[in-house]
Design a protein around this ligand. Structure first.
Ligand code: NAP
Length: 325
C-alpha cells in the first residue's frame, strides 16, 4: 500500500522486518543483490526517488548530489556516522539528511571492549594458532597478554559510544577513565565513571594504557592520530579504533606495531573499506575486524526502524527526529 506516492530507494539489504515495514507503506525499491551501487547509479537515483536510504558503503559526494534541484529531498542514512555524505552539498541542494543515533551505541561499545580484550589477551593469535594445528598444549609462558583490570583507558571523543565504553571498562573491568573531548561531559556522569577530562591530547596519550577512538570521521578529524601522536603513547599501550579509518594514519600505526613502539592494536574500520591498509595483515599484534561495530540482529533492526521513522516523519510533513541538515 503506497498512499503517499513516495518512491524510496534502499541502497543495501536491510534486516527483513525493516524492509517489510517500508515495503508495506511506500513504493520502495530494494537492492536485492546487495552489491554497492556505482556512483552513476547513485546519481541517477537522485532523479528517480523522493527518498534514498544510503549507508556507509555509499559515497554520496557533491558530484552524485549535483547542483540543480532534483527529485530526492531526503537521505535517511542507515547508521550514525555520516562522513560518507557531503553534508554541505546536501544543504546547498536542499536535501535533508538524517541518521540513526543511540540505537547502535551499546553494540559498538561492546565491540570496542571485544577489540580491547582480543588485543590485550592475544585472542586472534591464539585462534590462528589453534586453526593452523600449531598449538602444542598449555604451558606457563604461552601467549601471555596483559590484563585490562586496573589499567587506564583514554577515550578520544566522549560522546554516546565513548561513554558506553567507559561504563563497561570502569564498572566491568575496574579501569581508570580519562577522556579528551571538545566539550566536557556532565559532572554527574564524570562522577559515576570517576572520569577525568584531560586538556591535552598528548597528555592523554602519555597517561593511558589503552586508547580508544570515538570521534566522527571527516576533514576535521582526518589523521588525528598520526606518527607524532603514536610516538606519545606508552610502549606497552594498545590502540583501538571503532570510529572511522580516516581518523588514524595506518602507515604510522603499521610502523609502530612492527617496531614494537606500541604493544598492539584493534581495528574495526579502515580508510578505504573493504581494503585493509598495507603492512597490517602480516602482523600478529593487530586484531582486524570487518566493520562489525553495530552488527547485532537487535541493533540492525533498530537502525532500520530508526531510519524508517525519519522517512515516516518526512512523509507526514512532520519534523524529522534525527535531522542533521
Ligand atoms: P557522538 O555521540 O556524536 O560522539 C562524538 C564525539 O566526538 C563527541 O564527544 C564530540 O564532541 C566529538 N567530536 C566531534 N567532532 C570532533 C572534532 N572535530 N574534534 C574532536 N572531537 C570531536 O557519536 P557516537 O554515536 O558516539 O558515534 C561516534 C562515531 O563512531 C560515529 O561518528 C561513527 O563514525 C562511529 N561508529 C562506528 C561504528 C562501527 O560500526 N564501528 C558504529 C557506530 C558508530 P562534542 O560533544 O564536542 O561535539
Amino acid at each position: 500500500m503506497n498512499e503517499t506516492g513516495l518512491r524510496i530507494l534502499v541502497t543495501r539489504r536491510w534486516p527483513a522486518a525493516a524492509e517489510r515495514y517500508l515495503a508495506e507503506r511506500y513504493d520502495a525499491t530494494f537492492n536485492t543483490d546487495d552489491v554497492p551501487l556505482a556512483q552513476q547509479a547513485l546519481s541517477q537515483a537522485f532523479d528517480d526517488y523522493d527518498v534514498i536510504c544510503p549507508t556507509v558503503s555509499d559515497k554520496i559526494d557533491a558530484a552524485v548530489i549535483g547542483d540543480a534541484p532534483r527529485r530526492t529531498r531526503l537521505l535517511a542514512n542507515f547508521g550514525v556516522g555520516f562522513d560518507h555524505i557531503d553534508i554541505q552539498a546536501c544543504e546547498k541542494a536542499g536535501v535533508m539528511v538524517t541518521n540513526t543515533p543511540g540505537v547502535l551505541t551499546d553494540a559498538t561499545a561492546d565491540l570496542a571492549m571485544t577489540l580491547m580484550l582480543m588485543a590485550a589477551r592475544r585472542a586472534g593469535e591464539g585462534e590462528r594458532e589453534v586453526r593452523a594445528g600449531k598449538w602444542t598444549g598449555w604451558r606457563p609462558t604461552h601467549l601471555m597478554g596483559r590484563q585490562l583490570s586496573g589499567k587506564t583507558l583514554g577515550l578520544i571523543g566522549f560522546g554516546r559510544i565513548a561513554q558506553a565504553t567507559a561504563k563497561r571498562a570502569h564498572h566491568g573491568f575496574g579501569m581508570e577513565i580519562l577522556y579528551y573531548s571538545r566539550s566536557a561531559a556532565p559532572k554527574d556522569l564524570e562522577r559515576n565513571l570517576d572520569a577525568k577530562r584531560i586538556a591535552s591530547l598528548e597528555e592523554l596519550l602519555h597517561a593511558s594504557d589503552v586508547i580508544s577512538l570515538h570521534v566522527p570521521g571527516g576533514v576535521e578529524t582526518q589523521n588525528m592520530i598520526g606518527a607524532p601522536e603514536i610516538a606519545s603513547m606508552k610502549p606497552d599501550s594498545i590502540l583501538i579504533n571503532t570510529a572511522r579509518g580516516g581518523v588514524l594514519d595506518h602507515d604510522a600505526l603499521a610502523a609502530a606495531l612492527k617496531s614494537g613502539a606500541i604493544r598492539a592494536a584493534g581495528l574495526d574500520v579502515y580508510p578505504e573499506e573493504p581494503k585493509i591498509p598495507e603492512g597490517l595483515t602480516e602482523l600478529e599484534n593487530v586484531v582486524l575486524l570487518p566493520h562489525l561495530g553495530s552488527a547485532t540482529e537487535e541493533t540492525r533492526e533498530a537502525m532500520g526502524q530508526r531510519a524508517a521513522a525519519n522517512v515516516d516523519a518526512f512523509a507526514a510533513g512532520a519534523p524529522l527526529p534525527d535531522r542533521i541538515v
